[in-house]
Design a protein around this ligand. Structure first.
Ligand code: ZN
Length: 254
């Protein structure tokens, strides 16, 4: 009897363990950046469903209605008018990336005057340029520049056209958190290579896609993600997406 119980527990342990490891170590991604660049803005999956794959992340919403910030399991929507709301579980997203924050690299970092400087500081903390990382940077920022985008109507314009009408926000002396990912260069086309960060302030009232930032110091938490799980869009139709245009990607992200 006891032997049977031990065997049962052993079987359960080995059944459950891989499932946990799978959930906690993977970057989950819905659709591809290339599909988004090409104007595929229809929601493909619910915000509620996204929460199964992570508690930290970023993305956008159906019709490109604002910037998504996922922090501590809550999904926020930064609208083009600058307001922030909690996104209902039933709302949908055409593109999002999330992971479970289980940071193993935790550091207090010194001053940085630009996003490029912050990126160099973060890069120096990483064990490899060939893995994915979930990044969280918490602090009081001297300056921040973010953007959001308004909802689009069909026929959807390309993302490089939409960003010409983006709303840009400049904040001074604001406490909050940068959340996002660093992806390897070779992931281009599927996702944004390098850093892609969104911001939300401590009051959960201001935020957006990060364009630039400066601070006298911050707390960094990095989760190493050696696995990448992608749900490809099935509604794209027969036409192959074009090859990723470096210049177009730079225009929409920076
Ligand atoms: Zn973004």
């Amino acid at each position: 009897m006891l032997k049977n119980l031990v065997a049962l527990f052993a079987a359960l342990f080995f059944l459950v363990l891989p499932a946990c490891a799978e959930d906690n170590s993977a970057l989950y991604q819905l659709s591809t950046i290339q599909a988004l660049l090409a104007g595929h803005y229809d929601g493909l999956a619910s915000v509620g469903g996204l929460k199964k794959y992570g508690d930290i992340g970023l993305g956008t919403f159906d019709r490109l209605d604002g910037e998504m910030v996922v922090l501590d399991g809550q999904v926020y929507q930064v609208l083009a008018d600058g307001t922030v709301r909690v996104a209902p579980d039933g709302s949908t997203t055409p593109f999002a990336t999330v992971a479970f924050a289980r940071p193993t690299i935790v550091r207090e970092i010194g001053a940085f005057a630009t996003l490029a400087e912050l990126e160099r500081v973060l890069d120096a903390l990483l064990p490899s340029a060939n893995l994915f990382y979930a990044v969280r940077v918490q602090g009081r920022f001297d300056a921040l520049k973010t953007r959001s985008v308004p909802p689009q109507r069909k026929p959807y314009p390309k993302l490089s056209e939409v960003v010409k009408t983006q709303a840009v926000f400049d904040f001074r002396d604001l406490a909050g958190t940068l959340v996002g990912f660093r992806s390897p260069e070779f992931a281009k086309g599927m996702t944004v290579p390098g850093y892609h960060l969104h911001f939300i302030d401590d009051a959960r009232a201001r935020g957006g896609h990060l364009l630039d930032c400066a601070a006298s110091g911050a707390k960094v938490e990095i989760t190493v993600l050696p696995r990448w799980l992608v749900d490809l869009p099935e509604q794209d139709g027969a036409a192959a997406l074009p090859k990723t245009d470096d210049e177009e990607l730079r225009k929409v992200e920076k």
